[in-house]
Write a protein that binds this ligand. Structure first.
Ligand SMILES: [Zn+2]
Length: 134
């Protein structure tokens, strides 16, 4: 019953996209900061409501082309940052088996097995060679 209602309600609407997730997260960040006493807290509370409004407005919006364009722009702007975070996660989870180097020429992240001593590393992207200690 509720599922059917939600299904019908969100048909033809933008729904909860990645940008919504981001503004939703900001809603909570500012909500937490609203516990700061005085006018700073009040501003944080106001910002929290602004982002809550943006999140809900974008989720139920029927102007899907416009909302998709905003979401695409958001993904484009944060692509570098998201790649960095993904790289950090990979490095952390594989830190025992692999050592990571950044190519000095093209800044590609390179992975080599640990415990091989000092070796020549060839960049898989640009072919640049440099030495590193594993
Ligand atoms: Zn390179």
């Amino acid at each position: 019953m509720i599922r059917r209602f939600l299904f019908n309600f969100f048909r033809g609407r933008n729904g909860f996209d990645r940008l919504c997730l981001f503004t939703w997260a900001l809603t909570f960040v500012f909500l937490l900061l609203s516990f700061i006493p005085g006018w700073v807290g009040l501003i944080m509370q106001a910002l929290s409501f602004v982002f809550l409004f943006i999140t809900l407005f974008r989720a139920i919006s029927r102007n899907i082309p416009r909302r998709s364009a905003e979401n695409a722009k958001y993904l484009e702007l944060t692509a570098g940052l998201r790649r960095k975070l993904r790289n950090m996660k990979t490095r952390f989870s594989q830190r025992k088996e692999y050592k990571f180097f950044t190519c000095p020429t093209c800044h590609t992240l390179l992975r080599v097995p640990r415990g091989k001593g000092r070796i020549q590393i060839t960049c898989s992207k640009c072919g640049n060679r440099f030495s590193g200690k594993t």
